[in-house]
Ligand binder design. Structure first.
Ligand SMILES: [Zn+2]
Length: 373
């Protein structure tokens, strides 16, 4: 592929901010700086309509970004082509617009960023930080159950194989019609951990914790393997004999955010533990630091995270539509916004949202999950 766009440029792991669209310094600046700061964003996966939990997170992402004079980006996270549809994407964008959520710049789509993912993978390969993994899910589960195995952590089985062992494992997999995955060889210097700046999920405890979340980083998958039928002839660039461009979300999201000048990621706290992996990848790729705000999930009546089974949970299912949805979201934010603004059946959701922005205070946001109805 010679038509890969210029950013992100392949650079060494220690290189600074590449020629991305983000000219800002890497460290988050104090509140109140004028426009031109790294952007916030919301990036839904288009596999169905957004529910109130998703929409509450979108509203929070917009409130935090806009009250800090950050641009706000939207992106369609459609890397999982099997589960994504164009119809779901356009319905999601309609729902966000109905709530009054505005955005800056074009709406990005992961499917359009493939050349950038390939360039990022190549950058890591050129730095000698990628290796082939031949393990099945069962292999990994068995290794984790073994003495000294660690649950949820890749045991490093394939990291130090000899050339002869690799040839044998490749042949074995190809005979089964399967391809190997590619993993990051995480530096031993980081001792399996990386720290990120986190503004919501970690208590700010003066003298003890300044909003840092430290979490596990293992040899994460960068490109998945799987059945060879899915191989893509266009992507024969690594001598692997053909391979689908099945990039892992951790790699994609880091590249996507850098391309859009995103410096602030607000999302559900179920993704908190993936933040250190993503931030470490960004560091290796020489991309700017991102700050995180992982907000509590919305739970359904039975205490599990909100889902379609919980009944009318999308704007289109609510009798009062977007206005009713926005009124519920406002109530769910408690002391973080002024609750005295009266709205009735004629108040546009965007007017409620604008009033929320004028009174929003992230420091007063409850860290507890919210229950729908
Ligand atoms: Zn392996």
């Amino acid at each position: 592929m010679n038509d890969a766009p210029a950013s992100p440029e392949p650079q060494g792991p220690e290189s600074q901010n590449p020629a991305s669209q983000n000219p800002e310094p890497q460290n988050p600046a104090p509140l109140g700086r004028p426009a031109g700061r790294p952007a916030g964003r919301y990036a839904p996966s288009p596999s169905g309509d957004l529910h109130l939990g998703n929409l509450r997170t979108a509203v929070l992402a917009w409130l935090i970004a806009t009250t800090e004079n950050r641009p706000f980006r939207l992106r369609i996270d459609d890397i999982d082509a099997q589960r994504s549809t164009a119809e779901a994407a356009s319905r999601q964008l309609e729902d966000l617009a109905d709530l009054g959520i505005t955005h800056d710049g074009p709406i990005a789509r992961q499917q359009e960023n493939m050349p950038h993912y390939r360039a990022a993978l190549k950058q890591l390969q050129d730095a000698g930080m990628v290796y082939e993994c031949y393990c099945s899910r069962k292999d990994i589960a068995d290794a984790q159950r073994a003495p000294h195995g660690l649950p949820g952590r890749y045991p490093g089985t394939c990291r130090n194989l000899t050339d002869a062992e690799r040839d044998q494992r490749r042949a074995d997999l190809l005979a089964q019609g399967r391809m190997w995955s590619l993993r990051l060889a995480a530096s031993e210097d980081i001792e399996g951990e990386w720290a990120v700046r986190e503004r919501v999920a970690v208590a700010h405890d003066p003298g003890r914790n300044s909003g840092e979340f430290r979490g596990e980083v293992d040899d994460m998958v960068l490109r998945r393997g799987g059945n060879i039928e899915r191989a893509d002839d266009d992507a024969v660039d690594d001598g692997a004999g053909g391979h689908a461009d099945d990039f892992a979300y951790n790699l994609c999201v880091v590249v996507d955010d850098a391309l859009a000048g995103v410096g602030q990621v607000v999302r559900g706290d179920d993704l908190l533990t993936s933040a250190p992996r993503q931030a470490y990848l960004a560091h290796l790729l020489g991309l700017p630091d991102v700050e995180y705000a992982h907000v509590p999930l919305v739970l359904g009546p039975e205490g599990r995270r909100l889902a379609k089974r919980d009944g009318a949970v999308t704007l289109r299912e609510l009798p009062g539509g977007a206005r009713e949805g926005m009124q519920w979201i406002r109530a769910s934010l408690g002391k973080a916004v002024d609750q005295s603004f009266s709205s009735d059946a004629t108040t546009p959701p965007a007017a409620i949202l604008a009033h929320m922005r004028d009174t929003f205070d992230l420091a007063k946001l409850s860290r507890e999950p919210v229950t729908w109805r």
